[in-house]
Design a protein around this ligand. Structure first.
Ligand SMILES: NC(=O)c1ccc[n+]([C@@H]2O[C@H](COP(=O)([O-])OP(=O)(O)OC[C@H]3O[C@@H](n4cnc5c(N)ncnc54)[C@H](O)[C@@H]3O)[C@@H](O)[C@H]2O)c1
Length: 393
């Protein structure tokens, strides 16, 4: 992760987090572990947990603990265990919070509010978490400033689109060992993640159908060459269904009734609410695990429906998450945004902030440098032409 390496080298020299308590809740796999190590190299006292009960990799958690980082997480935690891990992280009385999905921040505003006294601010990694924060800000409920790292250009253009696009397919292919070519894939949600998943599906030879609720995104999907229809219509056509909306009940009872025998269901959205599991279980006459991370539901008429990774983010619960090259950029943004929040948080209002353009630019420049790719620079005349108003022709 060369971008983070550069930041680490700087942090080692300048120690911006000397003695600062940083609480982190992000899917706990190797790339996240490196972010924790970079923060520690900057002097931080890091406590960390996962951000989903199925995405922690136990060997990574153990290795981090060995390095003197306070780790509270294990794979396949129950809901109670998962919550107790987050609370343990917060018992370190954080000054900076790095969250993924909003569970840490939500606890700091509810039952763990006494542990929020020293929080200067924090950063949020994903779309769903940013939406939750914006709702809290609107309700006048937010107690400290938060940086929407998800909304930085160097995040969603690459992580959400290319990272999710690729790792969702790696996770599905590795888990099922089935071919994608020739299949009809239904992608629910044509946001940044959905675009990536659809693009990769097309590249793998699938026929792709998009479902949407936003008319503009629906036209975009159509112009990108995909079929667009309602989930009611797509339900009987798909071989593989992938939800990535941040919404709930995207696939539910009446859709299961129409599905073909043998379909695969997977979710890549943050929470496991996009595929309605209770309704699937309610319609099924029985279910069993047929392979690690594949649950088979037998419907009353004998059809089988297969749910991957319990409907949790399939790329993390049934894979290793995004490629390192992608997380290098996302976590560089996290490291620099956390530093920015430490230095400026006390002056900021209790709002959700955009990542500063300089941080976005710096990460892009470091990434290009690591790739050995140069770009042109404007000559003074070009600069005058582009940004002036005098030149008509
Ligand atoms: N799996 C991962 O590694 C990963 C990575 C980044 C983000 N995420 C999560 O994925 C989800 C989507 O993120 P994004 O950045 O693409 O968000 P986005 O806001 O760019 O896109 C979401 C899209 O879903 C559409 N949508 C909402 N409800 C719908 C419904 N009921 N049916 C059909 N479409 C619907 C919206 O109109 C929007 O176009 C979020 O929960 C986010 O936190 C997951």
């Amino acid at each position: 992760m060369p971008v983070l390496n550069e930041i680490r080298a700087d942090f080692e020299k300048t120690r911006p987090f000397e003695g600062v308590r940083v609480a982190v809740s992000i899917h706990l796999e190797a790339k996240t572990a490196y972010l924790a190590k970079v923060l520690k190299a900057g002097g931080a006292d890091v406590s960390i947990s996962g951000s989903n009960p199925l995405s922690t990799q136990d060997d990574v958690a153990a290795a981090l603990a060995d390095e003197g980082i306070k780790v509270y997480s294990w794979y396949n935690a129950t809901s109670d265990e998962y919550k107790s891990h987050l609370i343990k992280v917060l018992e370190n009385k954080p000054q900076i919070v790095i969250d993924d999905g909003g569970d840490l921040v939500s606890l700091l505003h509810n039952e763990c509010s006494s542990l929020a006294e020293e929080v200067i601010g924090g950063c949020e990694e994903t779309t769903t978490g940013v939406l939750r924060l914006e709702a809290m800000e609107k309700a006048g409920f937010l107690r400290f400033p938060m940086m929407a790292v998800n909304d930085a250009l160097c995040k969603y253009l690459f992580d959400n689109r290319y990272g999710t696009g690729e790792s969702v397919w790696t996770g599905i292919m590795r888990t099922t060992n089935l071919i994608v070519a020739g299949k009809t894939v239904v992608v629910a949600g044509y946001g940044w993640c959905g675009k990536g998943i659809a693009m990769k599906a097309k590249g793998l030879g699938a026929r792709v159908i998009i479902t949407e609720i936003d008319p503009i995104k629906a036209i975009e999907a159509h112009m990108d060459g995909f079929r667009v229809m309602t989930m009611d219509d797509a339900a009987s056509m798909g071989d593989v269904f992938i939800t990535v909306t941040g919404c709930k009940d995207v696939i539910r009872g009446r859709h299961y009734e129409k599905m073909k025998n043998g379909v695969l269901l997977a979710n890549a959205g943050h929470f496991d609410v996009e595929v309605n599991k209770p309704e699937l279980a309610g319609l099924a006459s029985g279910s069993r695990v047929v392979r690690h991370n594949i649950q088979e539901y037998t419907m009353a008429d004998g059809r089988k429906i297969y749910l991957l990774a319990e409907g949790r983010l399939v790329n993390l619960a049934a894979g290793d998450g995004h490629p390192a090259e992608i997380m290098d950029m996302s976590f560089a943004l996290q490291a620099l945004s956390a530093k920015y929040m430490l230095e400026n948080g006390r002056k900021l209002d209790k709002k959700v902030y955009k990542v500063a353009d300089e941080i976005d630019q710096k990460v892009a420049e470091l990434k290009l440098k690591s790739m050995g790719t140069g770009i042109d620079r404007l000559t003074p005349e070009q600069e005058k032409y582009l940004y002036g108003w005098e030149h008509g022709e």
